[in-house]
Ligand binder design. Structure first.
Ligand code: ASP
Length: 416
């Protein structure tokens, strides 16, 4: 197995802490000249984090392609692929439905929007999201190079499966060509490690950039909404995932959460499940012992369609805005919110703030004032970081459950 750099988690945490410290020092100190501050902001924080995110993104498409192709081309039974697909989709959709229901419940009991009035100006232009129709159509690319260039994960996954199947069926004619894909996959995993070794610096720049841009005052607006949302996210991670992991696998929860630490930190600092794919894949395969055949499918698909944290935000934001505008949602409307949030979270891109774009679709459905999205956006930075960590934890939990049910998890590796 490929070795990870030593003390990586400790160094990433240190990078995060220093980024926070330096960022807030620069933001709040008023003796540093503006042009020096600007220079540091652009050439240290923005450039550093930009390079790091680009390097992560660089790996996503080839990594997913090679690991999926090498996994599928070595499958001996195609039935297993069908089972993995069905279980994955069912688990993803049901955990998301639980997530929204949870946030609706908390939101309607503790009423974040009751008696709230805001000073935040509405956005000039409303964000535009992509509908479910386009999302489905995009799974079937008309041009794979184009789909790869645009990081359209579902299309890349679809093509990789087809290619892997064809490779599988022609291995006897191609002198076991699939072995070359195995080798390329190993090379790309090594590349992931090389990029991850820069994570402490990357995370330093990312966190510093956030703090230096917004400061730490962002919490003041819509305080109750922010706190309730964080509580809902925590409950979902601590209870829902623990519960399903216990029910379906009986694996050690402590080990699972411990090993997920790096992935959560990555998701937190990048605010993007897509950019986190290389790290999630590596952790799920090398540390949690999930077989490559499962992880290479479940993780990229999950990063694209499974967004429990996002759904929690959308549920809470809907309740918040409804209460703020004095609109009482009926039980039937609550059920509609659950269905809509599950569907829109599939269509939400795995990039920063994408969840607030698809939130518009839900608000529109119930005739809620779209201007209120200004308040949601004002506090979204930190919430996006938190919910992205939840999103990726959900992907890994489902990967463990699916792998366990297929007998494709290496328990020794998991417990190591
Ligand atoms: N940033 C989230 C993700 O990539 C999406 C969102 O909720 O905005 O998972």
């Amino acid at each position: 197995m490929i070795e990870t750099p030593k003390n990586l988690t400790r160094n990433i945490l240190l990078g995060m802490f220093l980024g926070f410290l330096v960022g807030s020092f620069l933001y709040y100190s008023n003796f540093i000249p503006d042009n020096l501050l600007n220079f540091i902001k652009i050439y240290v924080f923005n450039l550093g984090s930009g390079i790091f995110i680009n390097l992560l993104k660089l790996l996503i498409v080839p990594l997913v392609f090679f690991s999926l192709v090498s996994g599928i081309s070595s499958l001996t039974s195609m039935k297993s692929l069908g089972n993995i697909t069905i279980k994955t989709i069912v688990l993803y959709l049901s955990t998301t439905a639980i997530a929204v229901s949870l946030s609706l419940l908390i939101g309607s009991v503790f009423k974040p929007g009751a008696g709230y009035s805001s000073e935040v100006a509405p956005p000039e232009k409303l964000p535009q999201g992509q509908g479910i129709y386009e999302t489905i159509l995009d799974i079937f690319p008309s041009n794979i190079i184009d789909a790869m260039a645009q990081n359209q994960m579902l299309a890349v996954v679809f093509f990789s499966i087809l290619f892997g199947l064809a490779l599988n069926k022609t291995n006897h004619l191609t002198n076991n060509f699939s072995e070359s894909f195995e080798k390329l996959n190993t090379v790309f995993m090594q590349l992931v490690i090389m990029v991850i070794s820069f994570a402490p610096i990357g995370v330093f720049c990312l966190i510093g950039k956030f703090v230096i841009t917004d400061g730490l005052d962002i919490f003041q607006e819509a305080f109750k909404y922010v706190i309730l949302l964080i509580i809902a996210l925590l409950i979902h991670v601590i209870f829902t995932y623990s519960l399903i992991l216990k029910i379906f696998t009986n694996l050690s929860l402590l080990t699972f959460y411990k090993k997920m630490k790096d992935v959560a930190i990555f998701a937190f600092s990048t605010s993007s499940s897509a950019a986190t794919i290389p790290v999630t894949l590596k952790t799920v395969q090398d540390d949690l012992g999930v077989n490559k055949n499962v992880s290479s499918f479940v993780i990229p698909v999950g990063a694209t369609i499974n967004m429990d944290g996002t759904a929690i935000m959308q549920g809470m934001a809907t309740v918040f805005i409804a209460q703020m505008s004095g609109i009482d949602l009926t039980l039937f409307q609550y059920i509609q919110v659950v269905i809509l949030a599950v569907v829109t979270s599939i269509g939400t891109a795995a990039v920063p703030s994408a969840g607030t774009i698809t939130l518009v679709i839900i608000l529109q459905q119930f005739g809620l004032p779209l201007e209120a999205i200004g308040i949601i956006l004002a506090v979204d930075r930190i919430l996006d970081m938190l919910r992205t960590s939840v999103n990726v934890t959900g992907d890994a939990a489902v990967a463990c459950i699916v792998a366990h049910s297929e007998g494709l998890i290496d328990k020794n590796l998991f417990n190591k």
